[in-house]
Design a binder for this molecule. Structure first.
Ligand code: FES
Length: 96
């Protein structure tokens, strides 16, 4: 008998899996959202969980995937390149 829990990673074996380093993992079963979809959304500019839900529909049904989705999103955000600091130079005060 096979037991599948929400914490069990279900590997996606689609036609593109062989091309990537590791197969995708389903994070949200209800909406078929994978970790790769979350990483792609973050790479595309998503910065909040609400934005991620809007774009991918992750965690918008039963909600069992919320903690896992947030962890995957945090991992994706930490993998993003750090933006260069905006240099601010004060303008000289010009007296009249
Ligand atoms: S598993 Fe993601 S909303 Fe149900």
């Amino acid at each position: 008998m096979l037991f599948i829990t929400w914490q069990v990673a279900i590997l996606e074996y689609n036609e593109n899996s062989y091309q990537s380093e590791k197969p995708a993992m389903y994070v949200c079963i209800c909406n078929s959202v994978t970790d790769k979809a979350i990483h792609k959304a973050v790479a595309g500019g998503v910065r909040t969980f609400a934005e991620l839900q809007e774009q991918t529909a992750v965690s918008t049904c039963c909600g069992q995937c919320t903690s896992c989705a947030k962890q995957v999103m945090a991992d994706a955000l930490s993998a993003q390149p750090v933006p260069q600091a905006i240099r601010w130079m004060p303008q000289r005060m010009v007296s009249a």
